[in-house]
Design a protein around this ligand. Sequence first.
Ligand code: ADP
Length: 267
Amino acid sequence: MSHVPTVDAEHRPDSAHLVEAVNVIKHFGSNEVLKGVDLTVDKGEVVCLLGPSGSGKTTFLRLINQMETLTGGRIWVGGELIGFEERKGRLHVRHDSDIARQRSRVGMVFQRFNLFPHMTALENITEAPIRVKKIARSQAKAEALALLEKVGLSDRASYYPAQLSGGQQQRVAIARALAMKPELMLFDEPTSALDPELVGEVLKVMKELATEGTTMIVVTHEMGFAREAADRVVFMDAGVVVEEGAPDQVLLHPRHERTKLFLTRVK
Ligand code: ADP
């Protein structure tokens, strides 16, 4: 889509923020999914996005990762306007190669473990570094093995996805995203498709990443994870941010009725 979003041209990103989203609007036809979302994420911050199904959380992540295009508003990642560039005071759609470069700065883990089924765990992890970043195969392999160790799967390097449990596949998916050395990691309900007994092993890896200072935006219904790992919780409903704050403040002392209602339902 070559649609250029309209936003107050005056706004400039604050360099302290790794992500800055301003008045983000997204429509799918007549469905107004995001109605002006503002959100900032600082480097090293872990932000959990909560909210009822259909409130626009996934769409917001997909916009940050440029899997969807904005209807309105702007998003900066690392100080760079995504999707568009400003020349002579006007916004122009970026070239595909530039968009690919921007996307490689962001790692994403999806609800469904979408590993390449015909590749081993190791090959899944080395594929993008070799093909996109042109990293030497031997180096990519060494880094992938280190990542497999980090997610507790050193002994599964040569396994195919079908030979791994859902939790193991999701940990490979996390390692695969990390292999591109992203500045930002997006998680879209990474444990919601898992059997309950496999949720913990994935959350453990995510908590470790959080502790190491990885900048993360996590869409989740795991309230325990949000309380333990998040620096900030953002509650969305019907395409707007209803409230945000420290996890204990939002989860234990929500200010808004909609947040209270949601929390009584998920507990
Ligand atoms: P959440 O992640 O909070 O459950 P989503 O962002 O997945 O919410 O969805 C918000 C709304 O956007 C839903 O009404 C959904 O049907 C709609 N939607 C999401 N993606 C598309 C798409 N590609 N085309 C049309 N509608 C979409």
